[in-house]
Design a protein around this ligand. Sequence first.
Ligand code: SGN
Ligand code: CA
Length: 525
Amino acid sequence: MNKLTSTLLYSLTGAAAIASLPSCKANKEAETPQKMNIIYIMSDDHSYQTISAYDQRYIHTPNIDRIGNEGVRFTNSFVANSISGPSRACMLTGKHSHANGFTNNATTFNGDQLTFPKLLQQNGYQTAMIGKWHLVSDPQGFDYWEILPGQGDYYNPTFIQMNGEKTQVEGYATNIITDKAIDWIENQRDENKPFCMLLHHKAPHRTWMPDTCDLELFADKTFPLPENFYDNYEGRLAAQKQKMNIAKDMEIVYDLKMADKENEIHDGMYEKWGRAMYSRMNPAQKAAWDAHYDPIIKQFKEAKLSGKALAEWKFQQYMRDYLRVIHSVDRNIGRVLDYLEEKGLLENTMIVYTSDQGFYMGEHGWFDKRFMYEESFRTPLLVRLPGGKKGDVAELVQNIDYGPTILDLAGIEKPEEMHGESFLPLLKGEKVPEWRNSLYYHFYEYPAEHAVCRHYGVRTDRYKLIHFYNDIDSWELFDLQEDPTEMNNIYGKPGTEDITKKLKTELVRLQEYYDDPIRKEIVIE
Ligand code: SGN
Ligand code: CA
């Protein structure tokens, strides 16, 4: 039995195997159970803090939670480079950014390289990609794709089809992407083949524009400020230089929708885009939007807020809009799950829910991501594998592992060039004694928007060592057990010599292991 056939059979135990057997089809098909399908759902900028499976402070997300409740909730899930295009490239290739070449959002993805969808396609899977792609070059390795250009729009978004045509679709992006995904599964795929669908939402990316039906949610809610909202960044040089502060950098018109009809509110360099986003809407959408925001704009003008009152007003508006957008993501994931259940597909489909990275919900006073600090280095990861484990997995996993895991599920050997590891055994509830105990991270997009310096680092279960480089040369060390919110940089403090040396040695080992050319710059004193 070759590897392919043998692994074909492993995952199909119990109910999963029975459910996946076609009841009255031709002999050959009935004898060969079909491989597990895969639906990989990834949102854009969805923080784990705003998924109730991870954190109950802000929102209830029953449908997203269901994936974890009926499967695995990863409690230590991270990305390799916390920004969209690079994160997507890591996910598709199973390789760190220096090896896949897509180090920052200004790059163009070399689509000729090896990706897991290509390998699935070559091994009998039908592959589809619907939604935000953000890698500039056209998708390769998909039987079907339909993508948003660049970041895409929330309202009446344009899609690029495989034939290169652009079509504008009336409605709200999260609903439309879900409609298209369900339509492909229902009407467009070959039912005799297993499938892998990448369903990528634009939501909840900036500027967090809610669907009209969700505008009134959370209207009366006041959210608690994170305890480090007024962080002064003492001892953390790169954090002092950043431009992603809610108080200073979040824009009133662009981000918070205060585009007044009198044109009296002026702020920030993106103001004109804030006004342009509104102009995309149709009359009914505009009417619903105005009914919600106009009274808020009026109150805002009258209040003439400044200082902390303004900062906290911005935080509350941000949270409300962001959570409304999440509510729509959750509802649409419910639609996908209900559809799969109704069609009997839940039993032979692995469902993944994740984000391209984490996001700041006011921690350190921030929105956006990029930093290797916890809120943006982490990403939610919930996986429902029929017949697999139910419960938490605490091992350190990273988005470079997704490709190897999916290939493993499909019985395809991991190509040597992939850096990631298959966590399929963890999904099946098996112990993996040799699992990694440290993670490597490297962020490159600087100089750029939000001004987060270039940095790389290593994280173990307890410590994190980061080196900010390029225009600065600044090290940071955190004891996550003592200082989970990373306020106290203990690099260079007496008593940290041993742990610093150990972490630097581990950092160098990882840079050698992954062959990151930056390695030559580090000297261990
Ligand atoms: C846009 C946003 C940024 C965001 C980047 C990257 N600005 O440039 O706030 O950090 O995307 O986000 S906006 O004015 O265009 O909204 S990413 O998730 O796509 O990488
Ligand atoms: Ca993103």
